[in-house]
Ligand binder design. Structure first.
Ligand code: IMP
Length: 455
């Protein structure tokens, strides 16, 4: 069977931990979108692994797959694999031949375009990894795929077509000298780099037809986990456009981004990962935002008078970017966002984490609904402009005390402080889906498991 793990908010919900927790019973863990803009931390015993491309399950000896919906920076992939090997692991990562390759010029263009967009307040605050420009080339049918790295003729033909365009884009549209970026726009260097990547992919036998590979595994009775990166509200279609990433983190992406049918994904479980409060990195709306982060919070956004509370939650939760180290914007839980996420992905269950981070607060607020133009809205408006005009209707919950969370995890759900349980049950009732687990600390053992989706 399959289990799909989806971020229900803005990324950084703690999906890596959930993949790690439920992934025990998985044989294969497949990523279906995104690239090295993701950052997941896996804690194994006393050792912490920070990964951005290698699927988290690979740390536990699961077979890893990067589906065709991913964009792959071979540099990152190989260095993560090398590092894991140095630490005594032997990760197996299979990469879809249909996945697109992030080239050095994509990374350069990411920064150039963001800077140009910032004059019109259209910059998303990207991770600078070249994600958007690579997906642009994919949809523009001028991308270089992993399969091309193995076929010198095809690689040369595509690179010699696309590179003059990229250079012209730099020079004539953005007024930037391409040779400023080392060899990022240099044909000979790129060809030799890409050929080296291809060589390594071939030598290590790492490339596959992901759909075929996964279908064979599923047909053989193995358990497959689809690991979503980022989150619903930065989905290219269903997120806060244009302040989004360029892929499909929602559950539909699991089918399109790997090559198994939607019926296969739909027959399995789809688990939404929820953080007990909100964080956002980058620009865009966050109506329940507390405090503000310079350069990211929109002009009218945030609650500056709650800056201390925001700092408290940020520090308690360690809310600094895994990839970029940026301080994350912090806000109260937003139910319209979660209702939207539950519908778009068809959640069959949720995992709510970081409940311990809010412990000790006198009160905890939740954005229950919005008001716009005199009407109550229970889910997200379709445009960022309308979202910016929404007023939040809050509900206030009594806070819960600090606890020995490891003990709580051992004792089970009823050991969670009562007020925290009321909060959790409110979320589950509003979404109409059961809670599969509650995270009360960063480690795997600090989780209260109510139900295993593979069972
Ligand atoms: P990009 O994916 O680098 O193009 O960035 C687009 C937007 O998505 C920016 O606002 C990023 O901060 C955000 N983003 C990308 N990856 C992640 C992630 O893994 N967690 C949270 N936000 C992300």
């Amino acid at each position: 069977m399959t289990v799909t793990i989806v971020g229900s908010q803005l990324g950084d919900e703690g999906k890596g931990g959930v993949v790690d927790l439920f992934g025990d019973r998985a044989d294969v863990v497949a990523r279906y979108q995104g690239g090295d803009n993701a950052g997941h931390t896996v804690v194994l015993g006393d050792t912490e692994y920070k990964l951005s491309l290698v699927p988290s399950g690979a740390v536990r000896g699961k077979v890893g797959v990067l589906g065709n919906g991913c964009v792959v920076n071979p540099e990152t992939l190989f260095s993560e694999i090398d590092e894991l090997r140095e630490r005594g692991l032997e990760p197996e990562v299979n990469v879809a031949e249909r996945a697109h390759v992030i080239m050095p010029y994509h990374r350069a263009l990411d920064g150039i375009e963001e800077e140009a967009k910032s004059d019109a307040d259209l910059d998303a605050g990207t991770t600078g990894k070249g994600i958007g420009p690579t997906y642009e080339d994919k949809v523009g049918r001028r991308g270089i795929r992993v399969g091309d790295l193995l076929a010198p003729d095809s690689l040369e033909r595509k690179l010699s077509y696309v590179l003059p365009q990229k250079r012209a884009l730099c020079e004539s549209v953005y007024g930037v000298e391409p040779d400023r970026f080392d060899d990022a726009f240099d044909y000979e260097s790129l060809l030799s780099l890409a050929s080296e990547y291809g060589e390594r992919f071939r030598e290590e036998g790492m490339t596959v037809d992901a759909g075929e590979f996964l279908t064979e595994r599923i047909d053989a009775g193995e358990n497959v986990m689809f690991e979503g990166a980022q989150g619903t509200v930065i989905d290219i279609d269903h997120g806060d456009y244009p302040y989004v990433t360029s892929s499909t983190p929602t559950a539909g992406g699991a089918a399109v981004g790997t090559g198994v049918g939607p019926t296969v994904v739909g027959r399995g479980e789809v688990i939404g990962v929820v953080k007990a409060y909100l964080t956002r990195v980058g620009t865009g709306q966050l109506p329940t935002e507390l405090g503000s982060v310079e350069g990211q919070t929109p002009e009218e956004g945030g609650r500056p008078e709650e800056a201390n509370l925001a700092t408290y939650i940020r520090d308690e939760g360690g809310e600094y970017g895994t990839v970029t180290g940026r301080p994350r914007r912090v806000g109260w839980l937003d139910l319209p966002m979660l209702r939207h996420a539950a519908r778009v992905s068809g959640f069959t269950g949720i995992v709510i984490g970081h409940v311990d981070v809010l412990a000790g607060l006198e009160e905890v607020e939740v954005g229950h609904s919005y008001t716009i133009d005199g009407e109550e809205l229970l889910t997200l408006p379709s445009t960022s402009e309308r979202w910016a005009r929404c007023e939040v209707n809050y509900r206030t919950f009594d806070g819960w005390p600090e606890a020995d969370w490891s003990e709580v995890a051992t004792e089970g759900y009823d050991a969670i402080p009562e007020n925290a349980r009321s909060y959790l049950e409110y979320v589950s009732d509003e979404l109409g889906v059961p809670i599969y687990a509650v995270g009360v600390g960063p480690g795997r053992e600090q989780t209260v498991v109510l139900r295993d989706p593979f069972e």
